[in-house]
Design a protein around this ligand. Structure first.
Ligand code: SF4
Length: 552
C-alpha cells in the first residue's frame, strides 16, 4: 500500500543544488525582488521556491579541481571576484602528447585548451558559497533530500515525490521511517547533473530526445597534496595519447591549485569497444607517466571522485521543456564538449530558466508553449553560439583520435560544420564488441599504495557513505542476463567500468551471481549509461548518502 504522504505546495521546485540549480534559484529570487519592487502584480515570494539537494550539504557531492570559465558567474553575480572562493586564476596553460615514457609539448596551445582568464576552482566550495547567497534570498533549501519520482498529471509535471527515509534493505519501515513528501509545484526545474534519474524518466516518457542519443564520458580524478614547488598554482596541463588507446576518445589533465594541491584526472569517452576496459585502472596508469609522477611522487592523496559528462553537444540535447518543467545544466546537455567546460553554461542555463519561470508565474502559464521561450532564450545567447560551433566535435572521434583531430580541424575552420553536418552518432553502449572467447584478466589492478591505488582505497578517499541497511539504489531488472548472456558476450563490463568496485560476479554455493556493493557508489551514473543491455537503473539512494567533498 502506498504510504500516506504529507503534501507541500511551492511555486517553483528546483531539483539539484549544483551550479545550474543554484544559479536558477538565485537569479529567480533576484528577479522576484525586482518585480515586487516595481509594484508589478501578482506579488511573488522567493520563499515559494524550494530547492532539493541529495547531498548532505550543498557542495558535498561536488569534487574540487575544475577549470571554470567565469562568463556565466559574472552575469549572475557581477562582483563575484570580491567574495567567491576562487582557488586561483589560470596563470599558464599548455597541451602535451604522451607516449608511455615521453611527453611532447604542442608548440602552441590549441585554442580550445587555452584557459587564460579562467579560474581553477573547488566546485564544492563554489557551490557552497552560491548556496549561501541563495539562502539569504529566502529560498528554501532542502539538503539531504532527493527527488525520487515525478508527480505527473497526464503529460504535465506537477512536482516530485522526495525519497522515503528509514527503509531497510528489504524496503520495510525501520523505527525512524518517514515517508517522502509530495512536493507539488507550478513549475519544476530539473538540474540533476548528468543522466538525471528524473530527467531520464521524463525524456523517455515524453520522447524529448535530441537528434542524436546522448553520449557521455567518464572523468576519474584525484586531489593531491604535493611537495612545495612541484607545480605553480594556476598551471593547467592537458594531455592526449597514452594511456588512452588511439581507437578511443580521451585525455588527461593536471591543474595546480593553492596550498600545493593538484587536481589530476583522466576522461574517457563511454563508447569504447573493449568491454573489459577499466577507466579507473587507465587513470592509475596515467599517474605513472614520468610527467605526472614527477609532480605527485612523495605527495598525498586527499580526495577521489568520478563523474560522467554529457559529451553529445547540441545535437544530443533533449528538448529542454515540457508542460510544467524545464531541464537545465548537465541534465540538459549544456556543456561544451570540446573545451570540457560546463559550469559557465550550467549557470547561464539556470539564469535563462529563471527568466522563463518568472514570466510563467506572472502570466500563470507554465505550459510547454509558454516554456518554449526558454529554447528561444538559449538560441539568442552565447550558449547556442558556443555549442553550435562545436556541434559535431565529439562525433568526429567515433573512429579514434587521428580522424577525430582531423575532423576537429575542419570544424574549427568551418564554424563547427566539419565534413558532415549533422554528424550522427549512436549510444555509447552499442559500441561494445563481443569477447569472442577472450578471457577476463585473472587479477585486478592493485596499485602500489603510494602513487597508484585500487578502487576500494580510492572509494575510501571519496568520503562515500550510505547506510548498509537501506534499499539498493542500483536496480538491475534482469540478473539472468548478467549470469548468462552478458557473461558470455561481454564478460560483465559493469565489473570494469564502475570506478568504485560496486559490481562483482561471485560464486556462491556453486552458483554464479551478481553482487552489488551499493554502499561504495560514488554517484557517477556510469552503470546506468554504459551497461550493454540497459538493464541497470540508478535511482537516488536515501538523501544525504554519497560522496563527501565538503571543504575540499
Ligand atoms: Fe558509478 Fe554506477 Fe559504480 Fe555508482 S554503481 S560508482 S553510479 S558506475
Amino acid at each position: 500500500m502506498a504510504p500516506e504522504r504529507e503534501t507541500l505546495e511551492a511555486d517553483v521546485l528546483i531539483v539539484g543544488g549544483g551550479p545550474a540549480g543554484l544559479a536558477c534559484a538565485l537569479h529567480l529570487a533576484n528577479l522576484i525582488r525586482k518585480h515586487n519592487e516595481s509594484g508589478s502584480k501578482p506579488e511573488l515570494s522567493a520563499e515559494n521556491i524550494y530547492l532539493l539537494e541529495k547531498g548532505r550539504e550543498i557542495g558535498a557531492n561536488q569534487l574540487s579541481g575544475a577549470v571554470m570559465d567565469p562568463r556565466g558567474l559574472r552575469e549572475l553575480v557581477p562582483d563575484f571576484e570580491k567574495t567567491a572562493p576562487l582557488d586561483t586564476p589560470v596563470t599558464d596553460d599548455a597541451a602535451w602528447f604522451f607516449t608511455s615514457s615521453r611527453a611532447w609539448k604542442f608548440p602552441i596551445t590549441p585554442p580550445p585548451l587555452r584557459n587564460h582568464g579562467n579560474y581553477v576552482i573547488s566546485l564544492s566550495k563554489l557551490t557552497k558559497w552560491l548556496g549561501g547567497l541563495v539562502e539569504k534570498t529566502g529560498v528554501n533549501l532542502f539538503t539531504g533530500f532527493a527527488g525520487s519520482s515525478l508527480l505527473m498529471e497526464g503529460e504535465r509535471v506537477a512536482g516530485v515525490v522526495t525519497d522515503d527515509k528509514g527503509l531497510d534493505k528489504n524496503g520495510k519501515a525501520k523505527s525512524n521511517y518517514t515517508p517522502g513528501y509530495e512536493l507539488r509545484s507550478k513549475v519544476t526545474v530539473l538540474a540533476e547533473g548528468p543522466r538525471g534519474s528524473l530527467t531520464k524518466q521524463l525524456v523517455n516518457r515524453l520522447k524529448l530526445d535530441g537528434l542524436n542519443p546522448q553520449v557521455y564520458s567518464i572523468g576519474v580524478k584525484e586531489l593531491w597534496e604535493v611537495a612545495e614547488g612541484r607545480v605553480a598554482p594556476g598551471f593547467v596541463a592537458h594531455t592526449m595519447g597514452w594511456p588512452v588507446p588511439a581507437s578511443m576518445y580521451g585525455g588527461g589533465w593536471l591543474y595546480g591549485m593553492q596550498a600545493n594541491r593538484v587536481s589530476v584526472g583522466l576522461v574517457i569517452g563511454l563508447e569504447y569497444a573493449d568491454p573489459l576496459f577499466d577507466p579507473h585502472e587507465a587513470f592509475q596508469k596515467y599517474k605513472t607517466h614520468p610527467f605526472i609522477r614527477r609532480v605527485l611522487e612523495g605527495g598525498k592523496l586527499v580526495r577521489y571522485g568520478a563523474k560522467t559528462i554529457p559529451a553529445g553537444g547540441w545535437y544530443s540535447m533533449p528538448r529542454p521543456y515540457a508542460d510544467g518543467v524545464l531541464i537545465i545544466g548537465d541534465s540538459g546537455s549544456f556543456l561544451d564538449a570540446q573545451k570540457l567546460k560546463g559550469i559557465h553554461m550550467a549557470i547561464k542555463s539556470g539564469m535563462l530558466a529563471a527568466e522563463t519561470v518568472l514570466d510563467a508565474l506572472v502570466t500563470n502559464d507554465a505550459s510547454a508553449k509558454s516554456f518554449s521561450a526558454f529554447q528561444e532564450r538559449v538560441d539568442a545567447t552565447w550558449v547556442k553560439k558556443q555549442l553550435w560551433s562545436v556541434r559535431n566535435f565529439h562525433q568526429g572521434f567515433a573512429h579514434g583520435l587521428v580522424p577525430g583531430l582531423v575532423h576537429a580541424a575542419f570544424q574549427q575552420i568551418s564554424g563547427g560544420r566539419g565534413l558532415v553536418d549533422p554528424m550522427r552518432t549512436r549510444a555509447g553502449y552499442e559500441a561494445y564488441a563481443h569477447l569472442d572467447g577472450r578471457k577476463p584478466p585473472a587479477e585486478r589492478f592493485k596499485g602500489d599504495g603510494k602513487l597508484t591505488f585500487d578502487r576500494l582505497t580510492d572509494v575510501y578517499h571519496s568520503g562515500t557513505r550510505h547506510d548498509d541497511d537501506e534499499p539498493c539504489h542500483l536496480l538491475v531488472s534482469d540478473t539472468n542476463i548478467c549470469i548468462g548472456r552478458c557473461t558470455t558476450e561481454f564478460g560483465n563490463p559493469c565489473q570494469y567500468f564502475c570506478p568504485a568496485a560496486v559490481y562483482e560476479m561471485v560464486e556462491e554455493r556453486g552458483e554464479r551471481k551478481l553482487k552489488i556493493n551499493a554502499a561504495n557508489c560514488v554517484h557517477c551514473k556510469t552503470c546506468d549509461i554504459a551497461d550493454p543491455y540497459q538493464i541497470i537503473t540508478w535511482v537516488p539512494p536515501e538523501g544525504g548518502g554519497g560522496p563527501n567533498y565538503e571543504g575540499m
